[in-house]
Design a protein around this ligand. Structure first.
Ligand code: KDG
Length: 323
């Protein structure tokens, strides 16, 4: 049985060459979608993981299912929607050339083609169909993107928080105004309620600042005392983790960044894998940074991780060597 279940949209990704999109003649194909990315990290770190989603009856849907399955993720809870297509996003990557429309060298931009996608039809019925799977899991993870997809998807994420549960619920804020679209006025209240209803919460200072008016870790902890574990990713290269009354800050590794999208999901996946393996707070945060480092040095949303034994060894480095 899967110990962890992630719930949300998978997107096919077309990764452009570096430079303005209008100049990219070739695209690499990849798999994306925040919750799919987290499932891939969990599976690579020896956590049995399932991905609950909906894809279209099309080539991108079949690709996503095959790709996640090849990475060791259980895809039996992925429904195929006969009408709606699989969502897609194009990843535009900067070259930092200073040319018109060019982004900074390590900056990227997401272009979504996902309105009316198969996953936007996610609803509480998808949970009813998978009740036994959910009841047996130690952890259910989803992000504010799933909540943003549609009214029915919001009902689904509310139901994930409201159901009687044995395991933990983990929630990554992942504030995406473009996905909320015309429902943007609901976003702050809905995301606030989801944070309060989860056991483990990840958020970034920049997004927290944008919707809650502060990105300061202690202020966020004071506003959100409910989740036992609150993980604040600072823009200053560190992460502050609160677990009950404990608070520690762990610096990220110093490295040359290739592309950032997916690093937050990799962090969450690493942290959650360590949590499920019974690791302490510092080790969990280090796992997060190590997995984020792999994603930051690849153009895809997720990257091949070093073997789990190597990650375990790296996470145990003495403080002075760590960063
Ligand atoms: O965190 C990475 C995601 O943003 C990317 O995979 C696309 O899921 C995605 C989204 O909705 O932004």
């Amino acid at each position: 049985r899967p110990r962890a279940i992630t719930v949300g949209e998978g997107l096919a990704v077309l990764i452009a060459g570096a430079g303005p999109l209008e100049q990219s003649a070739r695209f690499d194909r990849g798999a994306g979608g925040a919750e799919a990315n987290v499932a891939v990290v969990l599976a690579q770190l020896d956590v049995s993981a399932a991905w609950l989603s909906r894809v279209g009856d099309d080539g991108f849907g079949r690709y996503l299912v095959a790709e996640l399955s090849a990475q060791g993720v259980d895809v039996t809870a992925v429904a195929v929607d006969p009408i709606r297509p699989t969502g897609l996003y194009i990843k535009e990557r900067g070259a930092g050339s200073g040319a018109p429309n060019d982004l900074g060298a390590d900056a990227s931009r997401m272009h979504y083609y996902r309105t009316g996608s198969a996953a936007s039809a996610l609803s509480p019925a998808d949970l009813t169909d998978r009740a036994a799977l959910l009841a047996g899991a130690d952890l259910v993870h989803f992000t504010g993107i799933t909540t943003a997809l549609s009214e029915s998807a919001t009902e689904l994420t509310r139901a994930l928080l409201g159901r009687p549960r044995r395991g933990l619920v983990s929630f990554d804020l992942n504030y995406r105004p473009a996905v909320w679209g015309s429902r943007i006025d609901e976003a702050t209240d809905e995301l606030d309620a989801h944070i309060r209803g989860a056991d483990v919460v990840f958020l970034g200072t920049d997004e927290a600042e944008e919707i809650f008016g502060t990105g300061e870790p202690a202020a966020l902890r004071a506003s959100f005392p409910e989740p036992a574990q609150l993980i604040v990713k600072n823009d200053k290269h560190t992460v502050t983790g609160f677990d009950g009354d404990r608070a520690i800050e762990v610096p990220a590794l110093t490295l040359e960044i290739t592309e950032r999208i997916g690093a937050g999901d990799a962090f969450a996946g690493g942290y959650l894998a360590a949590l499920l393996h019974g690791a302490d707070l510092r080790t969990r945060l280090r796992y997060g940074h190590l997995c984020a480092a792999a994603a930051l040095t690849a153009t895809g949303d997720s990257a091949k991780l070093p073997p789990p034994e190597d990650i375990r060894r790296l996470a145990r480095l003495p403080d002075d060597i760590w960063a």
